[in-house]
Design a binder for this molecule. Structure first.
Ligand code: ATP
Length: 233
């Protein structure tokens, strides 16, 4: 689903990302860890087509984000730290509008309400303006759009930063459900503990390089923290 081959990005002769080789498959969650400035957002932005590689290549579902942006956009959902919504529209209206833009065919009221419910939004919030929504509620509208689009590739940039622990757990449960329906998920996060809980594999980035990739099934949270700190030393 996501594939990077010798993917590199330079800004003013400095590498923000250098020779990244990575594959994230359908039904897999991969968390990118690393200090501020390590190159996590740059990686996501290259997959999203917001940036052009200096060298190497990226593909999403077999399509190049730079040469086939529409094919990539159709299959991808991006959830940043703060999900941008139309503040004067309700959560339901946002989903209706954004799913229309995404070319979703079945957009009747019952279907969209069912999707908002699956995304964990309380039914009492469906028809409230999103200017009244908390950060966690906005994330849920983002997840609802992923469900509506049946997005095969999810890119998340510190989506739980600033969420309270319960909202963070809820969010990670929703992400796990997206994995179960076959999505590939690439998530940048600073939350080592949650990354260990939710991801199938984690990768540690340092100064633009992916220095370590680990499977989480045989790793404790403490071991991950220790390895992370060693990599940062
Ligand atoms: N548009 C840009 N112009 C110049 N330098 C940039 C640009 N975007 C990112 N960089 C640099 O590239 C490097 C990687 O940045 P990036 O945002 O990918 O890091 P990050 O791991 O996502 O950090 P954070 O955890 O703070 O979000 C940093 O040194 C940053 O200053």
């Amino acid at each position: 689903m996501f594939k990077a081959t010798q993917l590199s990005k330079k800004f003013n002769q400095n590498y923000a990302l250098q020779n990244l080789n990575l594959e994230v498959n359908a039904g897999e969650i991969f968390c990118l860890l690393g200090a501020n400035g390590a190159g996590k957002s740059t990686t996501l932005n290259l997959f999203l087509g917001f940036l052009t590689p200096s060298d190497g290549s990226a593909s999403v579902c077999g399509f190049c984000p730079q040469s086939a942006p529409l094919e990539v956009r159709r299959r991808t959902l991006y959830i940043p730290e703060n999900v941008a919504l139309y503040e004067d529209l309700t959560g339901f209206e946002n989903l209706q509008y954004l799913s229309a833009l995404a070319g979703v065919k079945n957009r009747n009221k019952a279907t969209l309400e069912d999707i908002l419910d699956k995304a964990g939004l309380a039914s009492t919030a469906f028809h409230k303006r999103t200017k009244e929504y908390s950060k966690g509620m906005r994330q849920k509208v983002g997840i609802a759009l992923a469900i509506a689009k049946d997005a095969k590739a999810l890119l998340l940039d510190e989506p739980t930063s600033g969420l309270d622990p319960k909202a963070s757990v809820d969010f990670h449960n929703l992400i796990s459900e997206q994995r179960s329906r076959g999505a590939a998920i690439l998530m940048a996060t600073h939350d080592l503990f949650r990354a260990k809980e939710v991801a199938d594999r984690v990768g540690v980035m340092r100064q633009g390089k992916l220095t370590r990739v680990m499977s989480t099934d045989t790793l404790s949270a403490n071991a991950l923290e220790e390895i992370y700190l060693q990599e940062m030393a």
